[in-house]
Design a protein around this ligand. Structure first.
Ligand code: BGC
Length: 575
């Protein structure tokens, strides 16, 4: 350290300089990572279509299908013939089980080998899972194993993309960029529906093998793209490799590495990390996981509160029941006799999801995270109760087993309104908030835990829903929306009490804000000082601001060189 050609890291007390200006090319670069959402969405979307394909059902039940007559041979009620609910449940939910573990493992890997490489590994694991699924022919165990392995890969990708994007995105558009990830999730679901729709009537194994095989393309694009993108500068700061962090930062901001802007931003990231390391000392491997659960529930910025915020918000997002429509839409719409074609209806609902999501790009930075969650929650509750009430009144099945056509159409319309409300609010904001909620020392694990929570609840819903609505089981039908609406009330309460407003703040300022105000008072909070100033890393060597700026004490700042954060006292980066 300290070799010629390097200068010590020093920052600024000027709040307007804590993030370097960003070029258009750099914006595009950050946006590419959003492509990872395609995996998530596509894998969520294709299974629902495949489990009702005649070829697939016939293969797993052994009941032959007459493709000319469009009926299962020898089955009295051929219209309602389907795979057993237990098979649908296993095949659908096993993916989320894999993703749950994948997200947790990725939380570790992202800190050990880096964000970028973890995502690339995720693409490889995922491709391995696809090979197993394609190789299976009426081999449930192999198929399920393939879903599990692909799920591990999706878990890696879904957790670390959020981490990576949140860490490289410029603060003013961080919400919009991460919403871009959500947009890609919705595109993935739509693509899956289009592909399964186009192969659904095939009388050969291409009907299910083609939708699975298409996924190799996503793995290739994301893997190669990420290979070319830089690592997250915050990862290199965490590893103490400030010269590399400076180079990464210069690329993601589109600035020369020697620019004063880059130095100022890097100094701020370093100073914040130094501060957080004093607050959250890194002890052992187990200790680093335990750190995610430390602190008091009452303290807004304690690790426990942040972990609760991330995991709870993901749970709250899932219990809105959105995946009921995306996983089981074809089955549910098939149950509504006199309604439009179930495949087409599912396609329309996924289209609504896609076209409404871009509204969130603007809304998330305009209204903020908190307001969107509250508005979206209210909208979903109303729409879902209306669907449920219609289902038990005008849309009720008559003695001939038919439904009133107008009522079915109205139910589908309100399901679409519900999707609109989700797509513009809880869908994107769930992910935006998770990427923003954790301090650097526990960020990858916190995001991993939160993503795992998403998949855990996703898995629970995918497992139990077929039993709730399946004709051979609970047969709840549209009444299932009473359940989702009531659970969404819980989500709304969660958002009101626990989600702070983070729009426009740097990840480092979010730390400050959480420490100083409660979620309900967080709207309008403004930073008054920088971490570089507080930690005494100023170019002009001015004294740190008084505690009027930050309400916390900086345990190491007075005797900074001897503090645990002193690992950065000798930090250098290229001139
Ligand atoms: C959720 C997914 C869901 C998707 C629908 C995401 O935010 O996490 O579970 O399938 O939105 O668009």
């Amino acid at each position: 350290m300290g070799s010629t050609g390097f200068v010590p890291i020093q920052g600024t007390s000027d709040l307007s300089r804590i993030e370097a200006p960003v070029t258009f090319k750099a914006y595009l670069l950050c946006a590419f990572a959003a492509f990872g959402g395609i995996f998530f969405g596509y894998d969520t979307g294709w299974m629902g279509g495949v489990v009702i394909m005649p070829y697939f059902v016939s293969m797993y039940t052994g009941v032959p299908y007459d493709y000319d007559e469009k009926r299962y041979i020898g089955i009295a009620n051929s219209e309602n013939f389907a795979l057993p609910s237990s098979t649908v449940s296993l095949m659908t939910s096993i993916l989320s089980c894999g993703t749950f573990f994948g997200a947790l493992i990725a939380g570790d890997l992202a800190d050990f080998i880096g964000r970028r490489i973890t995502i690339i590994y995720g693409c490889l694991v995922f491709s391995g899972g696809c090979v197993l699924q394609i190789a299976s022919t009426n081999q449930e165990a192999l198929f399920v194993m393939g879903r599990l392995v692909a799920g591990l890969g999706v878990g890696f990708i879904s957790a670390v993309i959020i981490l990576y994007m949140s860490e490289i995105a410029p603060r003013k558009i961080r919400g919009a960029l991460v919403s871009g990830y959500q947009f890609c999730i919705t595109l993935g679901i739509l693509l899956a529906n289009c592909v399964t729709y186009s192969t659904s009537k095939r009388s050969d194994s291409g009907s299910y093998r083609i939708p699975i095989g298409v996924q190799f393309l996503w793995a290739l694009i994301l893997g190669v793209g990420l290979y070319l993108l830089p690592e997250s500068p915050r990862y290199h700061v965490q590893k103490g490799k400030l010269d590399m962090a400076a180079k990464d930062l210069a690329i993601v901001r589109g600035q020369p590495v020697e620019s004063e802007f880059i130095k100022d931003e890097l100094a701020e990231i370093v100073a914040n990390h130094e501060y957080e390391m004093q607050m959250i000392p890194q002890t052992s491997y187990i200790g680093s996981w335990m750190a995610c659960f430390q602190g008091s529930l009452r303290k807004g910025n304690s690790n426990l509160r942040r972990t609760l915020l991330g995991t709870g918000l993901q749970m709250a997002q899932q219990v809105t029941g959105i995946n009921f429509i995306f996983y089981f839409g074809p089955i549910f719409f098939k149950q509504l006799k006199n309604g439009p074609d179930p495949f087409q209806t599912t396609l329309v609902s996924t289209l609504v999801n896609v076209v409404s999501t871009p509204i969130s790009f603007v809304a998330v930075e305009w209204f903020g995270r908190r307001m969107l969650l509250l508005l979206g929650g209210v909208g979903m509750i109303i729409a879902q109760y209306i669907v449920a009430i219609l289902g038990v009144t005008a849309g009720r099945e008559n003695a001939n087993g038919e439904h009133n056509e107008a009522a079915v159409k109205a139910m589908i319309a309100f399901i679409c309104i519900n999707i609109f409300c989700f797509a513009t609010t809880w869908g994107p904001v769930g992910w935006v908030t998770v990427g923003e909620s954790f301090p650097l020392p526990i960020r990858s694990r916190g995001v991993g835990l939160s993503t795992a929570s998403n998949w855990f609840w996703n898995c629970i819903i995918a497992t139990i829903t077929p039993f709730m609505v399946g004709n051979d089981e609970g047969g709840l039908g549209p009444s299932v929306f009473f359940v989702w609406a009531t659970l969404t009330i819980f989500s709304l309460i969660f958002a009101y009490f626990l989600v702070p407003e983070m729009k426009g703040l740097t990840l480092e300022q979010i730390d400050q804000m959480m420490e100083e105000v409660s979620p309900r008072k967080s709207v309008g909070w403004v930073a008054t000082t920088t971490f570089a100033a507080e930690m005494g890393h100023l170019r002009d060597q001015k004294k740190p601001h008084s505690s009027a700026g930050m309400a916390h004490d900086f345990p190491g700042s007075a005797q900074y060189p001897s503090s645990p954060g002193a690992m950065y006292a000798d930090a250098y980066f290229p001139k």
